[in-house]
Design a protein around this ligand. Structure first.
Ligand SMILES: [Zn+2]
Length: 68
């Protein structure tokens, strides 16, 4: 994991847990529409942080941008 990803993870952990859980369970999937993201990694993004993972239902790649 790069330094950038560690920073992103730190930012993610600063978000209250109940809000993080809402963000994780409200991700757009092209097949299922609203889904939960699983097996995700947290990346730094110019507008905040980016979660990249898989759709819990169909396994397709999904991502969610969490704006600052
Ligand atoms: Zn899906």
């Amino acid at each position: 994991m790069s330094v950038t990803d560690l920073n992103a993870e730190k930012k993610w952990r600063e978000i209250p847990k109940d809000i993080r859980e809402k963000l994780i369970s409200n991700v757009f999937c092209g097949s299922c529409f609203e889904t939960t993201i699983v097996d995700y990694v947290i990346k730094d993004h110019s507008d905040g942080i980016l979660l990249e993972g898989k759709c819990k239902t169909c396994g397709k790649a999904v991502a969610r941008l969490v704006e600052k």
